[in-house]
Write a protein that binds this ligand. Structure first.
Ligand code: HEC
Length: 243
């Protein structure tokens, strides 16, 4: 038999804590809004959990040679097509996604994510954040190419970035691509280098953001044959986006 004191510590108090937590959750008092930041301790706790989880898993990876220019250039086309809408690119104005997501996507033009960690995060995504698991559609080699490109990204000017993307062959990773403007995506969605003209920059930034946000948009439309979910025939989705 448990003593009175033990009963209090091991049964009554935990039960009360569970009840209080359930009551709090059920009351709806917790604000899930992305525009309502976590408290400092919760933020710190989640950050440590994320960092440790990624670090431990990334440490098990064998990193290939990432200095191969072919890798880097190939990775740039996919970065422009799949990542810039959230993580930005040199000379690119902030997008609705880069500003609206919480946790915020880090600006990858500022600091290079360490290669093995970047590979792991790109392949598996991050739960309950906007970061998708790209490994569901992209073979490892292509993900390493992006990780290789990320090492160069912070050193690129807007012109260098656009030139590289233009040489990259655009959005290609062996199937499953969901961007409508395959191949042409590169030049088309590239950020304008005219940093002073924020207005001109905006439609481009938005277009990138929207195609990223709704990669499946249009793929279910009547007439689209099954198995054609990476059809490249759809129009550019910056038409009609006005607010
Ligand atoms: C829809 C928005 C979105 C898209 C698209 C996206 N990401 Fe992310 N990414 C995020 C968010 C949000 C985080 C931060 C998650 C967190 O802090 O928990 C993140 C985190 C990361 C990180 C971790 C950075 C660090 O140092 O912690 C890397 C690396 C990354 N993304 C790379 C990419 C790459 C490469 C692509 C394209 C293949 C991509 N992301 C596409 C939203 C996005």
């Amino acid at each position: 038999m448990l003593s009175r004191k033990s009963t209090l510590f091991f049964v009554v108090l935990p039960a009360a804590a569970v009840l209080a937590a359930s009551g709090f959750i059920w009351s709806g008092a917790y604000d899930v809004g992305a525009d309502s930041p976590h408290t400092k301790p919760v933020h710190r706790l989640l950050e440590i959990a994320r960092e440790r989880s990624i670090l431990v898993r990334a440490a098990e990876l064998d990193v290939p040679d990432l200095r191969d220019p072919v890798r880097i250039v190939q990775g740039s086309g996919n970065y422009q097509a799949m990542c810039a809408g959230c993580h930005l690119a040199p000379g690119m104005a902030p997008t609705e996604l880069s500003q609206g997501l919480y946790p915020a996507p880090p600006d990858l033009t500022k600091t290079a994510a360490e290669a093995s960690k970047a590979f792991w995060v790109v392949k598996h995504g991050i739960k309950a954040s906007g970061m998708p698991a790209w490994g569901k559609s992209m073979p490892d080699e292509y993900i390493w190419n992006i990780a290789a490109f990320l090492q160069e990204l912070p050193d690129l000017t807007a012109d260098e970035y656009q030139a590289m993307v233009a040489r990259s062959g655009g959005h290609s990773h062996g199937g499953g691509e969901s961007m409508p403007n395959h191949g042409g995506a590169a030049a088309d969605g590239a950020p304008t280098s005219d940093e002073n003209d924020a207005h001109a920059a905006h439609p481009h930034a938005d277009a990138a953001a929207h195609t990223q946000a709704k990669p499946e948009a249009g793929t279910d439309s009547p007439g689209t044959k099954t198995g054609e979910s990476h059809s490249h025939k759809q129009g550019h989705s910056d038409d009609g986006h006005k607010h």
